[in-house]
Ligand binder design. Structure first.
Ligand code: GRF
Length: 204
């Protein structure tokens, strides 16, 4: 069995990364995380270390522009020749050149039912809107903000008394399951990212 090689980019605690690493520890899982990258000294890098996976950091603050940061990130990623790049809580917009270089082999997880509540505060915005359900999505990355084609998504209820933390945690449970499933389907050839990307382009 050919195993799909995956690079994961994070900014935060990396709990979704950890879930993917746990899944990939099963020899029957058809994907393997080959490297973890971050735009800062993210807590989640500890998960890479725990699993013996190489990691790198390209600190955004050290570069004069988003483009220069992105070019360095791209260079670091390229060293590993990943089949797939997963943005798992990377809280930075990638420059277009980087997105274009990896399209359609770059996906993102988002804590809302896109196209509802895109952007950096999907959970907070859903709470502020007073909706009774929100969701989790896995999408193909394009050059918009959380605007790429949806690969998988599921509704998540909002409960009375929820705050951003409790709701985000409920969403992340679903996000992890969706992410693990999407990566598995890509690896098995059941989900064709090139076709999803071409289909979205045809309907623009
Ligand atoms: C996830 O909800 C992701 O969709 C969002 O940030 C969160 C990352 O959580 N962009 P973690 O770092 O995996 O715990």
């Amino acid at each position: 069995m050919r195993v799909l090689t995956v690079a994961v980019l994070i900014s935060g605690t990396g709990s979704n990364l950890k879930a993917l690493l746990d899944a990939a520890a099963d020899p029957d899982y058809p994907a393997h995380v080959v490297v973890v990258g971050a735009d800062r000294d993210a807590d989640g890098l500890a998960h890479a270390e725990e699993f013996g996976i190489p990691s790198f950091t390209v600190p955004y603050a050290r570069f004069a522009s988003r483009e220069e940061w992105g070019a360095q990130l791209h260079e670091q990623l390229s060293v590993w020749h990943p089949d797939l790049v997963v943005l798992s809580g990377l809280m930075r917009l990638l420059p277009a050149a980087v997105v274009d270089a990896w399209t359609p082999r770059i996906i993102n997880t988002h804590p809302a039912y896109l196209p509802e509540f895109p952007g950096a505060h999907g959970v907070r915005d859903a709470l502020a809107a007073g909706v009774s359900q929100t969701g989790a999505s896995v999408i193909l990355v394009d050059n918009g903000v959380d605007s790429g084609p949806v690969l998988a998504q599921e509704r998540v209820p909002v409960f009375v008394g929820d705050d951003e933390r409790t709701l985000h945690e409920r969403i992340k449970h679903v996000e992890r399951r969706l992410l693990i499933d999407v990566v598995r389907r890509v690896a098995q050839g059941d989900l064709d990212l090139a076709a999803a990307s071409a289909d979205a382009a045809a309907h623009r």
